[in-house]
Write a protein that binds this ligand. Structure first.
Ligand code: NAD
Length: 500
């Protein structure tokens, strides 16, 4: 019998009542391992109502007391890293080492959030005029929604949810239906940490649940991470309903390799950033842009054997470089792109199609693939493939490389490898990209900085974690007060100024 999963609402496991379920696969074996309930609009409404009641209690609690719950939750995350990594591995497919790294990134944000009494401080100006002091305070918003993707089932629910909750909001996570078990386990850990019931909820589902959140009058803000097509819809639909919305979408991240770059470093960096997590990271490097023919030839010569040597395996194979991709459709889509690249005239140096693993014949494995001589009009360059496929587009010079980066619709991350500080500085200033690495292949900022892309990789004004998350999950009130209140200045009919 296949296990039935549940929602987590009001501090307890709740069975789905819509009658609709989705299959949750083990991507290494292709077997269905559980069924996830897909919530109806009525179930979402019940979750919002319960979260709203919890919000009133939680937001009234002082920030230092909320912080104590966060400290306990952080300790529970640390104690449960192995268990979380296993849950992620079984449903997502990523290796244990990779899963642990991503969980650590979620713990980092939790540690940052423990400083919430400091982070939520407002501003104060004394005696702005006539004995008046003016100060601002940050206040929570209410019940906020977090719609999260399959590729980081612990990290991303934590990135948005921990900050939301730290700021005094209640949070409803609508995780990916591909790997819902890790988000459900996080909810159990919150309960153990002493978070009041109903502050952290998990409502499983698909478009119907998302639409219910987008249309709900008691959900003032939505944070979304996922593909650009879905994200753009969520941004338009949410803002049309007067919600505050932030969307972190798809990516096609370039690495520009200048002729003076340290090629040993470049090859290691490209391999890790390109195929780690089977290329299923929004900050994966999927395009190599060597500058000059000599650089490009050397890169192809060095990279080819490294891609050929890559080892894929199930999540618990400690020797595997990466695991399977998440679904059969993903594998088919990746292989379709490779075929298109070949047809369009790119040179396929390593072909990862048709990968098979003994004992895991039905798993969704893709070998590493490497293209050279791709051009900007090809689908392997234009589209986010989200698989272990590295595409090389040769650039004649620095300007051509910068123009290529800026000409792409996505602007999440980019890296430049060079020993020339002038070139690196000019590159950083000229590219329209949210996160830039100088000799750093995956420039994901740490928790105390902001995370987010540019162009069609992000919609909305604020970024994820760091100080911007406090702005997103709070609203500002500005209060002007005069004490003692007995001062008489008579009725003033002109616009008050600092003199009053
Ligand atoms: P996805 O867009 O398919 O799904 C994301 C979420 O949206 C899921 O919860 C899903 O259930 C929901 N959803 C899917 N279709 C929907 C629809 N039609 N209407 C409403 N909701 C819908 O993304 P995914 O495949 O889970 O994740 C991979 C994508 O996420 C990639 O494009 C990747 O680049 C992106 N991503 C971006 C970042 C970032 O920070 N920019 C981080 C991680 C992943």
């Amino acid at each position: 019998m296949t296990d039935k999963l549940y929602h987590f609402i009001g501090g307890k496991r709740v069975d789905g009542t819509s009658g609709r379920f989705g299959d949750v696969y083990n991507p290494a074996t292709g077997e269905v391992q559980s069924l996830v309930p897909l919530a109806s609009a009525a179930e979402v409404d019940r979750a919002v109502q319960s979260a709203h009641a919890a919000f009133l209690q939680w937001s009234a609690m002082s920030a230092p007391r909320r912080s104590q719950v966060l400290f306990r939750f952080r300790d529970l995350l640390v104690q449960n890293v192995d268990k979380l990594a296993e849950i992620v591995g079984r449903e997502h497919g990523k290796t244990i080492a990779d899963a642990k790294g991503s969980i650590q990134r979620g713990i980092d944000v939790t540690e940052f959030a423990c400083g919430i009494p400091h982070l939520m401080k407002g501003e104060f100006s004394s005696n702005v005029g006539g004995g008046i002091d003016t100060f601002s305070q940050r206040e929570s918003l209410g019940v906020v929604g977090g719609i999260t993707p399959f590729n980081f089932p612990v990290m991303i629910p934590l990135w948005m949810g921990v900050m939301a909750v730290a700021c005094g909001n209640a949070y409803i996570n609508k995780p990916s239906e591909r790997d819902p078990s890790a988000p459900l386990f996080l909810a159990e850990l919150w309960k153990q940490a002493g978070l009041p019931d109903g502050v952290w909820n998990v409502v499983n589902g698909d478009k119907e649940a998302v639409d219910a959140l987008l249309g709900h009058p008691d959900v003032p803000a939505i944070s979304f991470v996922g593909s650009t097509t879905v994200g753009e819809y969520i941004y338009h639909e949410g803002t049309r309903n007067n919600k505050r919305v932030q969307v972190f979408g798809g990516a096609k991240n370039h690495m520009v390799i200048m002729p003076d770059a340290d090629m040993d470093q470049v090859v290691d960096a490209l391999i890790g950033a390109g195929v780690g997590a089977a290329g299923q990271r929004c900050m994966a490097i999927s395009v190599a842009v060597p500058v000059g023919e000599a650089t490009a030839d050397e890169l192809a010569r060095r990279l080819t054997p490294r891609v050929q040597e890559l080892r894929y395996g199930p999540w618990n194979d400690a020797k595997a470089d990466f695991g399977p991709v998440v679904t059969r459709q993903s594998k088919e889509r990746i292989e379709k792109y490779i075929a298109e690249g070949v047809k369009a005239g790119a040179k396929l140096l390593v072909d990862g199609r048709g990968a098979k693993l003994q004992g895991y014949e039905n798993g969704y494995f893709c070998g590493g693939s490497l293209f050279d001589h791709a051009t900007a009009d090809m689908s392997i360059y234009r589209d986010e493939i989200f698989g272990p496929v590295l595409t090389t587009v040769r650039a004649a010079n620095f300007d051509e490389a910068v123009n290529l980066v800026n000409g792409h619709e996505y602007g999440n991350g980019v890296a430049v490898f060079t020993r020339d500080g002038d070139a690196a500085r000019e590159f950083s200033n000229r590219v329209d990209i949210g996160m830039i690495g100088v000799n750093v292949p995956i420039p994901v900022p740490l928790a105390f900085h902001n995370f987010g892309g540019s162009k069609r990789s992000k919609f909305g004004d604020t970024q994820m974690h760091g100080p911007e998350s406090i702005r997103f999950f709070t609203k500002v009130k500005t209060i002007s007060a005069r004490w003692p209140s007995g001062i008489r200045s008579g009725a003033v009919f002109s616009m008050p100024t600092a003199g009053h």
